[in-house]
Write a protein that binds this ligand. Structure first.
Ligand SMILES: *Cc1c(COP(=O)(O)O)cnc(C)c1O
Length: 354
């Protein structure tokens, strides 16, 4: 398929003061778009000016949420070059989400090349200051106008970009986590491992309750027994328990995070034993008090690593001693960000240069 590149007419002014950049509110001048029709396949791939879409009010995504997305980042290095972290993994996961949601897969090579070309054209938008990046959001929606419930025959796939500020402005700060004993995020056999909009819509109510009570994030338990910790908001959870790395297994209810994958690889190389097993909420609560649970952190593209300072469950709260992020947490954060920004070697070939 041919990739058409259309000119932009009105380039937007860039935010000069990179400290003012917020997450996900302002977008660059261009976007990638392609369309799909059953029979014809993907077509009309183009990089065009960023602009609103015209959608039929009956477009199936608006009624039955056939939608998937991805999230990754491009980093400006000290030498001015731009790097991406494991972008091929995001494209592969986009396709596995597509399969689960009965949506058409994309040609991974074409899609990755188009993504890189878009960033090349928009590379002036990759911010330069410490900790900033260009956030990349590939998305696919069902556009066929039709109110029957079935997989759509028409789709739109697009990529938009937004410059984002440093996630941690005043240094890495531990978060306060509310463990949900009522609401659940995903069940076995459900859509938990797909990056699909509905999962996030379903999580908002509990997140709002948690926020109203002064918590930063919700930690979800398994839906069947409400006993085992699964993941947080848009992060996987990793624990340093009894000297071993413990994290939920991938059984369809947690997202197969690329940061999680990278952290497990790094921990293995540091000599830690990895246990992909369900950790019970009792092990977490008692573990903090007895010291068996030394460190706990979330992993995800937006935050890289987010240390937990406090867990609260059924009115009980436990905190890690000094409210400082743990040693392993800091080491992993440093290693990953050093690889992303080119301050450390990249022995696993995780980095793709523009
Ligand atoms: C995106 C996401 C993650 C983290 O995945 P990364 O590939 O590390 O960014 C974890 N959990 C959920 C629910 C997510 O949506």
């Amino acid at each position: 398929m041919n990739l058409e590149i259309l000119p932009i007419t009105n380039p937007k002014p860039k935010i000069e003061d990179e400290a003012q950049l917020t997450f996900g509110k302002s977008f660059t001048d261009r976007m990638f778009v392609m369309q799909y029709n059953t029979g014809q396949g993907w077509h009309s791939a183009r990089i065009q000016p960023y602009a609103p879409f015209t959608l039929d009010p009956a477009a199936m995504v608006l009624h039955y949420s056939q939608e998937i997305f991805e999230g990754l980042k491009a980093f400006r290095r000290p030498d001015g070059k731009v790097a991406l972290f494991r972008p091929g993994d995001n494209v592969a996961r986009f396709n596995s989400s597509a399969r689960r949601m009965c949506m058409p897969e994309v040609d991974e090579k074409f899609f990755l090349d188009a993504l890189l070309e878009l960033i090349r054209l928009e590379s002036d938008w990759v911010p330069k200051s410490e900790g900033t990046s260009l956030y990349i959001r590939p998305t696919m929606i069902a556009t066929e106008p039709m109110l029957g419930v079935r997989p759509a025959d028409q789709y739109l796939c697009y990529i938009i970009l937004c410059p984002v500020g440093a996630y941690y402005k005043g240094g890495i700060a531990p978060v306060k986590i509310w463990i949900s004993d009522h609401y659940v995020r995903a069940t076995e056999g459900g859509t938990g491992e797909a990056k699909t909009g509905g999962n996030y819509a379903a999580s908002l109510y509990a997140a709002k309750e948690a926020a109203e009570n002064g918590y930063d994030q919700v930690l979800w338990l398994d839906a069947k027994e409400k006993k085992y910790v699964e993941e947080v908001g848009s992060m996987n959870m990793v624990f340093l328990y009894d000297g071993k790395i413990v994290t939920s297994p991938l059984r369809g209810t947690v997202l197969d995070g690329i940061t999680r994958r990278s952290v497990l690889t790094l921990c293995k190389e540091m000599g830690y034993e990895i246990e992909e097993r369900a950790l019970s909420v009792d092990e977490v609560m008692e573990g903090v008090e007895t010291g068996r649970l030394r460190e706990a952190f979330g992993t995800g593209t937006a935050v890289v690593i987010s240390p937990v300072g406090t867990f609260c469950y059924k009115g009980n709260c436990v905190s890690f001693g000094n409210e400082e992020p743990g040693e392993l947490t800091m080491k992993l954060y440093k290693t990953l960000t050093d690889i992303q920004y080119g301050r450390q070697a990249d022995p696993h070939s995780w980095v793709t240069m523009l």
